[in-house]
Design a binder for this molecule. Structure first.
Ligand SMILES: C[S@@+](CC[C@H](N)C(=O)[O-])C[C@H]1O[C@@H](n2cnc3c(N)ncnc32)[C@H](O)[C@@H]1O
Length: 233
């Protein structure tokens, strides 16, 4: 029986290390945990959701795919009601506001032993800003295509000793330059275009901070090491 898991969730799974005990927050159908367990990547999975219906569906699917004994289920707003004995926390398919709420609610997560894998669906620049200001460091961020959409998956550690991101980096973070592919370049151009549109739409009333961010992003492609960003614009 083939698991109907999306390429987006498979991309999140790609960040999980073999032997990890995972916590999948906002698990919905539970496919991510089930995939990681049936493929012998994760050793155990905490599946949590704030709504009963998705949690019931995850339990049913865990039974169906034979991994019920390796999963525990929690009705929980974020990590409020879950045990703390896991290595990697995954939040996928949520917007920045929900992720910020979940992280703000759980200061105990600010511990170097935890790794976060975040796949944010909207206002990703606001999530990056929040993470940076709170001492979280995005060590790697992959850009992937799903139809005409580009989405990103980030690996995050609590490392407050690292410098904070600049405003331009909230939109196009250095972690994306670790492994840049064609989607990374396309993401860069989309960010520049979105900012140009926002600035032009407001004309003389445009927020000077937005103009500054746009200038920062445009200047980035002038760096001799980053000229490849000019491709395909
Ligand atoms: C769009 S689904 C994404 C499901 C899956 N993670 C994925 O990426 O395909 C969002 C899920 O997060 C759950 N959710 C929303 N807010 C939450 C919160 N504060 N804590 C836990 N789960 C939450 C919803 O009930 C829903 O099942």
């Amino acid at each position: 029986m083939k698991l109907p898991i999306s390429s987006r969730l498979l991309a999140c799974a790609g960040f999980v290390a073999p032997g990890d005990r995972i916590a999948d927050i906002g698990c919905d159908h539970g496919y991510l945990s089930i995939h990681l367990l049936t493929n012998g990547i994760a050793t155990s999975a905490i599946a949590a959701d704030v709504n009963e219906q998705p949690l019931r569906s995850a339990m049913g699917n865990a039974e169906k795919y034979g991994v019920r004994d390796k999963m525990t289920f929690f009705l929980s707003d974020g990590v409020r009601n879950i045990p703390r004995d896991f290595d990697t926390l995954i939040c996928a398919g949520m917007g920045a506001d929900t992720m910020i709420h979940i992280l703000t609610d759980a200061p105990w997560l600010k511990d170097k032993k935890y790794r976060l894998i975040l796949q944010c669906q909207s206002k990703t620049h606001e999530l990056r800003r929040y993470l940076s200001e709170e001492g979280w460091r995005v060590t790697e961020e992959a850009v992937l295509r799903d139809g005409r959409f580009l989405y990103t998956v980030m690996e995050v550690y609590f490392q407050p000793e690292y410098p904070r991101l600049t405003p331009g980096e909230w939109y196009f973070p250095p972690a994306m330059l670790e492994n840049p592919g064609p989607e990374t370049i396309e993401y860069y151009h989309r960010m520049v275009k979105n900012l140009q549109t926002a600035v032009q739409a407001r004309g003389a009333k445009a927020d000077p901070r937005l103009k500054e961010i746009l200038r920062e992003l445009e200047t980035l492609a002038e760096d001799p090491n980053l000229r490849f960003l000019k491709q395909g614009g």
